[in-house]
Design a protein around this ligand. Structure first.
Ligand SMILES: Cc1ncc(C[n+]2csc(CCOP(=O)(O)OP(=O)(O)O)c2C)c(N)n1
Ligand SMILES: [Mg+2]
Length: 321
């Protein structure tokens, strides 16, 4: 059972998972900055969007994700050491070091694939859901994609097929306003991706993607609708990427005022403030959680760096072509 996918999740557990994702991404970014790891795409600032959705899923549900996937995997209960080993190309990684961050899958977690081809995950999600339906399996298929992917034709094809074939797909658009180095407003006139669902007959909602409890509530409602009706749903999480497109990236192309406004809406700071106000959490409590997370990340780095390189004889095993 993915440790973080219980329906009765407490806000403290949500915070700890968000802290873990932030710490994992920042450690990997620091390693990349000094040449100790390949450059990866962090989801810093988007932790609530990932954790809110994944925490609402059931064990039997499946996930397809994209280049910004560490948050989805960690929220699903991925072991940070094995994930980091994968990124470093080591034998103990989830795909024996052959996938890196951009293609990782984890069968035991129900993570079918990571697609680095923007929209690739959208092209496969209806097929996976059709298989689930034909095999009589109960799990729904959650597919995470960005606002950039929503600008591709495959987005409409996938929505249409899922609607026509009545497939149990939760489409999750993480609308972070950026599509690599291009702002969303340069590629789309409309601000809301959710508005594109209705013409396909697909129900949709937009939620504040930096409020983890709101995301989780919206995702629980969306998944309940999918399970009840056997029809797809599009959930848009409005969020923001606080770091660069990949590591390292100086973000020189980002408007400083826009970045500062979103930094002030940091989902982790926000949940901490809510926990302090509603449940009396103190700085000491937060420091305790952060220390626990830091220890897990230290152990993850040590595990990954100690893991051997794959054997040369393994080069052509487990690879499709
Ligand atoms: C088909 C394709 N075109 C272009 C790229 C290069 N590329 C990688 S990520 C990215 C931006 C994607 O933006 P979005 O879908 O909003 O995801 P985000 O990075 O914001 O999470 C681009 C253009 C690619 N990987 N695949
Ligand atoms: Mg984007």
């Amino acid at each position: 059972m993915p440790a973080n996918s219980t329906p009765e999740q407490q806000p403290e557990a949500l915070l700890e998972t968000m802290l873990l994702i932030r710490a994992y991404d920042l450690r990997l970014a620091a390693l990349a900055a000094r040449g100790g790891a390949p450059g990866t795409c962090t989801a810093t600032g988007q932790e609530a969007a990932a954790v809110g959705v994944v925490s609402a899923l059931r064990r039997e549900d499946l996930i397809l994700t994209n280049h910004r996937s560490a948050g989805h995997l960690l929220a699903r209960g991925a072991d940070p050491g094995r994930l980091m080993a994968e990124v470093l190309g080591r034998r103990d990684g989830y795909c024996k070091g052959k996938s890196g961050s951009l293609h990782v899958s984890a069968r035991e977690l129900g993570v079918v694939l990571t697609s680095t081809i923007v929209g690739g995950e959208l092209s496969l999600a209806p097929g996976v859901a059709l298989a689930q339906k034909m095999l009589g399996r109960p799990g729904i298929v959650t597919v995470f994609f960005g606002d950039g992917a929503a600008g591709e034709g495959i987005f409409h094809e996938a929505l249409n097929l899922a609607a026509v074939w009545q497939l149990p797909v939760l489409f999750v658009c993480e609308n972070n306003d950026w599509q690599a180095f291009v702002h969303r407003r340069e590629t789309m006139l409309g601000e809301r991706i959710a508005a594109l669902a209705a013409p396909h007959g697909v129900a949709s909602a937009t939620v504040d993607g930096n409020d983890v409890e709101a995301v989780r509530a919206a995702a629980l409602q969306a998944t309940a609708t999918i399970r009840d009706r056997g029809q797809p749903f599009l959930l848009e999480t409005a969020t923001y990427r606080l770091r660069g497109h990949f590591e390292p990236d100086d973000q020189a192309y980002v408007d400083a005022g826009e970045l500062a406004a979103w930094q002030a809406r940091d989902p982790i700071a926000r949940l901490k403030a809510q926990l302090a106000a509603r449940h009396g959490f103190t700085e000491r409590d937060f420091a305790g959680l952060e220390a626990r997370v830091a220890a897990r990340i230290d152990a993850a780095v040590a595990f990954a760096e100690a893991s051997p390189w794959p054997d040369a004889a393994e080069l052509l095993t487990d690879v499709f072509a």
